[in-house]
Design a protein around this ligand. Structure first.
Ligand SMILES: Nc1nc2c(ncn2[C@@H]2O[C@H](COP(=O)(O)OP(=O)(O)OP(=O)(O)O)[C@@H](O)[C@H]2O)c(=O)[nH]1
Ligand SMILES: [Mg+2]
Length: 142
């Protein structure tokens, strides 16, 4: 399977996504550091908040084939910088989470991700499991 790195703001669903996609009981270390779990690489949301952390994201992505940009559909703002996807010479997939919640606005989240340079996107609910099949397929996961 590809090695997958996740980037996304605070509570966007990165850890839950790794737990579900890896079919394991992943519990992230609560430290300000890149966290490896099998073929998944979790990154701290703080790395998105200031561009001085971007070199750390680039370094962490070096051994990854695919990046997931995780965007919470209920958020009315986006911390992923414009054209951030272009910074990585990798396949970037957008994952829009929390689509089950009443305040979710998928079109807004799509706009945020497009602005970040993402072309390929999947909408999911990590609560109901909706959309996860397609994401698994796109990642080549069983
Ligand atoms: N209803 C619903 N809740 C979700 C969804 N995705 C994540 N959550 C919840 O949102 C909260 C945050 O999810 P995490 O997976 O911890 O998010 P994270 O990006 O790892 O957060 P940090 O590590 O703090 O940056 C948890 O309580 C999840 O259960 C979703 O699609 N729907
Ligand atoms: Mg987490």
């Amino acid at each position: 399977m590809p090695r997958v790195m996740l980037i996304g703001e605070w509570r966007s669903g990165k850890s839950t996504l790794i737990r579900i996609l890896s079919r394991s009981d992943y519990r992230p270390r609560k430290v300000f550091a890149v966290d490896h779990h099998g073929d998944f690489v979790n990154t701290p949301s703080e790395f998105l908040e200031n561009r001085r952390w971007y070199p750390a994201l680039i370094t962490a992505s070096a051994h990854c084939d695919t990046l997931l940009f995780v965007q919470d559909a209920t958020r009315s703002s986006c911390q992923i910088a414009p054209s951030l996807a272009a910074m990585f010479n990798r396949r970037v997939i957008g994952v829009i989470t929390k689509t089950d919640l009443p305040e979710a606005n998928v079109q807004r989240a799509e706009r945020f991700l497009r602005n970040a340079g993402v072309r390929e996107m999947y909408t999911v609910s990590l609560a109901t499991g909706a959309g996860l099949e397609k994401l698994r397929e796109a990642l080549g996961l069983a």
